[in-house]
Write a protein that binds this ligand. Sequence first.
Ligand code: NDP
Length: 325
Amino acid sequence: MFKAVYLEEKGRPARLAELEEGALMPGDVTIRVAFSTLNYKDGLALTARSPVVRAFPMVLGIDLAGTVEASADPRFRPGDAVVLNGAGLGETHFGGLAQRARVPGEPLVRIPAPFGPREAAAIGTAGFTAMLCVLALERHGVAPGAGEILVTGAAGGVGSVAIALLARRGYAVVASTGRTHEADYLRELGASRLVDRADLAAPGRPLGPERWAGVVDTVGSTTLANACAQTRADGAVAACGLAGGMDFPATVAPFILRGVTLYGICSVNVPRPRREEAWARLAQDLVPAALATMTREIALGEALAVAPEILDGRIRGRLVVDVNR
Ligand code: NDP
């Protein structure tokens, strides 16, 4: 038997349940899970505020980190420390808020040193997505020294990791936040200055002053529209989130008059080589002390109670879930 955050059917509340190992879905690799996380998407699934779960019954949790127990995939051996982000976990395949998991080998990544399962879970989908955003800006040619990079939703999970990654590479990072009382925290992560998120949330002009060489946006809606309107000629915006809304009330002006590029970032179905690249770069660029600063740990049994807090923007940085306590 193993403990799991379980959703029996649509419309029912998720609950902590004891499941038999035989209930696990088919997969190549059986994992003794050590840690999971709560991302914004987990908050949506646990509270059923948005239809994240697409098959029932379901074990929730879009991330897991732990140790391989058995593997039919030759790439993994018992004892390997592994991490899995997205790939349908907690949506169509039993997820990571559980003490056991059985998953396909293809999207599974060996945890790179210096991290162990706890750090890999602390990074989680949020950190993985932040890295994908930074890689998109880099591929576009946005170099350190090119100008300021705006990070919205700065005190959240994706935002916190994005600030730390960009600052470590030498970018000048501007943190947009509604939590100005977290100024010390954001500066410690590497933000050079802060802007009030209200300044970006009000409807703006089709083209604003050219401020940002690049943008990592986790907020969407008017904030994303304004970020595009304020991006410098030939700059790039990596859009990954909707914490402020799913709409995009923008004009084409930044794209056709300034050559701004808008990159959509999706962390769910990322091909294996790109996953490995992102995790290798996280191991290189994310200083463990910065990760520790942004991480709070909770027990599996607390996940349901804490889930609404992330949707209300009350969680600073990252939440790690110890599934064995
Ligand atoms: P968090 O809740 O940790 O962070 C979101 C942050 O957004 C908050 O901390 C807050 O930052 C800001 N925020 C919250 N509500 C509002 C609002 N109404 N208006 C403006 N800003 C707001 O979530 P995550 O970091 O885990 O995820 C961020 C977003 O990215 C989510 O929308 C999530 O769904 C998305 N996401 C997408 C992925 C993908 O694959 N595309 C993967 C991972 C996440 P502050 O207090 O600093 O203002």
